[in-house]
Write a protein that binds this ligand. Sequence first.
Ligand code: SF4
Length: 414
Amino acid sequence: MAETKEKKYIPPVDFGRQTQIEHIEYSRDVVHRYSPSIRRLFNLGLTYVEDVEKQVRDEGKRALWCGPPWAMPLVYAADYLPLEYGELARLSDVDAISIAENHFQMPAEVCSMVKATVGELYKRRNSGIDKIFSMGNTCEPFNQAWEVLKDEGYDIYNGEIVFRAPGVDGERYEKILRFFLKEIESFYCWMTGARDVNKEKLFIELQRRNRIMTKIKTIMELRVPHPFYVRSLAVMYLLNGLNNYLGKPDEFEDVLDGLIDELLARGDSSEDRDRVIPLVWSGGSGQEFGVYEAVDEANGALLGFVAIAPYDKLFNLEIDPVESLARWQLDSRGAGASVYMRRALEEKIDEIGAKGLIQYGFIGCSQHGVAREMFRDYFHQKGIPSINIEGTFQVGPPSGQVLTRINAFIEMLA
Ligand code: SF4
């Protein structure tokens, strides 16, 4: 007779760490104390924003606040350092949220990512970095945020995003492509004053991005037999670095090389493979870092990530670099319709043999919430358990409810 496994309730863990910075320091100094490369990675993350601000202040470098991952090679090619405004969350605090709600009169239910970003940018309005690039017009709260920040002295380019609906191919695709190419040129002109994109520099940046993606893909593959060597928060920082190179691209690449060497040195044997619960994570990179500790504590390992920016799709270096940039985005999972994202999720689940899917989003997100629910139903019907977690984008511990749900979900998979 089959034995019935008793379901055990695991209470939420009190990690004793309240802020993102405390979580990063703990992961660097305690969890990953054996890995020089991961320690360096966290140091890059911890100093990213302040370091770029310092380079602008002391060395006369140029920087701008920037969101879309596809734009980073172009920003570097224009001799700007990109400051990804998502990283502002790490610095954020209740003051930023309070500025958004009181100074800018944003309703309490507005997505915390928008409020944290607006509040932090308000505090930094005299930092010497006054340019913001966004493709925010699919996110209405961000559109409103850019409007109010103009009054605070920011020079904002809010691009017209191209949206690839399901089945858009052939001439319709080419039409969107032509529109997007004009948008890219116009953005470049806004940054530099030049009408023509410096294609030689852009080509070099696309080569660099391809190198970085290839190295991250290698790390993700080498992690499979050693799932606990690079824990969840460290993986998240690898992917954050993929988006922006954490302000020091050469150093970031060096960290990736070092981590590949560390993983190779561990060989093929893996005593961890039998006890790991392989998971796919999708959506935002989350700002409640206790969630990652909860995954680690329960022997889960985020072996597959499906975020907007892929690490397994290279730029085509055989065609015009500007066109390559545009096609990369239009052919990506973040091109528009949610079906592209769903396919990417399916592929990743199959690739790593995932036992479950964690979808992370922010409370109040008017844009992605519906898609996440649709994905949950879709994968449920295919027999893949999934959980939707809604969190916030500000400093502070995750709610007990979030941790309880993560624990219960992974325990169920086990
Ligand atoms: S989480 Fe949703 S509402 Fe918030 S900024 Fe992103 S798209 Fe906009």
